[in-house]
Design a binder for this molecule. Structure first.
Ligand code: CA
Length: 364
């Protein structure tokens, strides 16, 4: 018996020594010799919803493949484990390890977070990526979330959205008065000051609310997602452009302790896969919106309209007031806005002579 123990002990010692040469964590969870790490992700989106919802499913698949099955993420859609707007708190508390949603849903909890999804008349998708990855935006985002034990990653961008679905025409500023509209974030505050009543509803409740007249209008995303909810069956007028969300970034958030428990290579895999999904979601929308818009234009029940210049000018002036007040009240928002706005200032002239000039030329 003693000898067998001794031999076993030797084998174990040899195996540990071989392990130590390759990896300090050899045999631990998430290493090639250990059990996989299993995480739970909660989201703000309906299950397997195109674009927004499948983003985190695709992220989980890529992380699984890239890590050779060492990090497995099980995804729960909105309401399956926690409600749509409790993703932030659940991941912050460590009830679950990670989540996918949009930072502007945390308005009222951490107001400055809204800059990292979108602000009215803010940055488009390409500009958001430029600011986040190269302009210091992501560092500011990480700093803002640190007290909440959260590590954020940009993880999807819908591109410029639509102004939304209205059951009445918007011909002038006066038509915004009394308008009850689903519109989250700072865009909602802008509508409130224009005399409307903003409502924040998760995606799953929009169609019924619009169809029954509980709300008069809604913004959601754009043709691809709006068609999948059937919003064209609940309102007639489809307005553009989406002044309120010019290039909204989605977020993947990881609990700090869960993040710290990952080896360096698994952290790199999560980081790179989030960047891949950030691109993938935008590509899905660019493609999906084109064909969905075609279908909506062919539908005689839908009237595609551009907001009158007077209305957009008015909304833009209120947007500046709303942002300025947020910045005046909240030092974190002031710091983030200074960075955001400095980039917007220099990016606008560049966009004008590049993307904007090119698109106008292509249509000539
Ligand atoms: Ca939206």
């Amino acid at each position: 018996m003693k000898r067998r123990h001794f031999v076993g002990g030797l084998a174990a010692t040899a195996s540990l020594a071989a392990c130590a040469k390759q990896d300090a964590n050899c045999g631990a969870a998430g290493t090639s010799g250990g059990a996989p790490i299993e995480w739970t992700a909660v989201t703000s989106w309906p299950p397997k919803y195109p674009g927004l919802g499948v983003a985190v499913n695709n992220l989980a698949e890529r992380i699984k493949a890239a890590s050779n099955g060492r990090l497995l993420i099980k995804v729960y859609a909105a309401g399956e484990l926690v409600p749509a707007f409790e993703v932030f708190d659940s991941v912050s508390r460590g009830t679950v390890e990670c989540g996918h949603g949009a930072s502007y849903y945390h308005k009222g909890k951490v107001d400055a977070a809204q800059f990292f999804t979108a602000i009215p008349f803010g940055l488009n998708a390409a500009e958001m990526n430029g600011w986040l990855y190269y302009g210091g935006g992501l560092e500011l985002w990480r700093e803002l979330y640190e007290p909440f034990n959260l590590v954020p990653f940009p993880c999807g961008n819908t591109g410029v959205q639509m102004g939304g679905w209205f059951n009445k025409e918007i011909n002038s500023v006066a038509d915004l008065k009394g308008l009850k509209m689903r519109i989250p974030g700072l865009g909602g505050e802008v509508l409130r000051r224009a005399g409307g009543t903003p409502v924040t509803l998760p995606g799953s409740e929009i169609f019924t609310s619009l169809k029954t007249g509980a709300i008069d209008a809604t913004e959601w995303v754009g043709p691809y997602n709006d068609l999948s909810f059937g919003l064209q069956k609940a309102a007639r007028f489809y307005y553009y452009p989406g002044w309120q969300e010019p290039g909204p970034t989605l977020e993947f958030i990881v609990n700090q302790a869960a993040w710290n428990s990952l080896s360096n290579d698994l952290q790199a895999i999560v980081d790179v896969c989030c960047q891949a999904i950030n691109l993938d979601v935008n590509a899905e929308y660019t493609h999906g919106n084109a064909s969905a818009l075609q279908q909506l234009k062919d539908n005689p029940e839908v009237e595609l309209r551009e907001f009158p210049a007077e209305v957009l000018d008015y909304l833009q002036s209120i947007s500046a007031q709303v942002v300025n007040e947020l910045v005046a009240e909240d030092p974190a928002a002031a710091k983030i806005f200074a960075s955001f706005d400095a980039f917007r200032e220099i990016s606008t002239p560049n966009q004008r002579i590049s993307e904007q000039a090119f698109l106008e030329t292509r249509e000539r």
